[in-house]
Design a protein around this ligand. Structure first.
Ligand code: 4NP
Length: 162
């Protein structure tokens, strides 16, 4: 019998900086642990400004420096039907979380929360790096490597299904 996959959706505003970075980091961690057949990863934005675009080149470069390939990713907007598919819908900041709550069905049985919920090392928002310099992208990657690893640990402890 085929085991049910655990499905994880990372969400930021534009889906070109933070959530595609989380997407690329998390799917690499999943692959490294040999769990790609059990855990599915995606990302989206609450806004539609960049739909169809690849990740911001600064995010792509920073990720590549640490061995994560974001080149196949393209931005899309989060939609209400995502809650019928994903077991975890994870917002990068409180603004994104508010946008997601406004489209989330009241009876959603999965986990809707913040990226930093899973780690003790960081709390609150993964800060938006879009209007800042390179250091912002490095900090985002530091946070996301830590939080994605903690999230994966939690999913594995729970038995890999949603
Ligand atoms: P992201 O960053 O939400 O991490 O993808 C942003 C990307 C674009 C914009 C804002 C944030 N923007 O205003 O276009």
């Amino acid at each position: 019998m085929e085991q049910k996959k655990t499905k994880v959706l990372f969400v930021c505003l534009g889906n070109i900086c933070r959530s595609p970075t989380a997407h690329g980091v998390f799917r690499q961690l999943v692959e490294d642990r040999g769990l790609s057949h059990l855990i599915e990863t995606d990302s989206a934005g609450t806004g539609a400004y960049h739909v169809g675009e690849p990740p911001d080149h600064r995010a792509t470069m920073e990720a590549a420096r640490r061995g994560y390939d974001l080149s196949d990713l393209r931005a899309r907007q989060a939609v209400a039907t995502d809650f019928g598919y994903y077991d975890y819908v994870i917002a990068m900041d409180v603004q994104n979380l508010g946008g997601l709550r406004s489209i989330c069905p009241a009876d959603y049985p999965g986990y809707l929360g913040m990226m930093t919920d899973f780690t003790d090392r960081y709390e609150g928002d993964v800060p938006d790096p879009y209007f800042g310099g390179a250091a912002g992208f490095t900090h985002v990657l530091d946070m996301l490597e830590d939080a994605c690893s903690a999230l994966l640990d939690q999913i594995v402890v729970r038995g890999v299904s949603g």
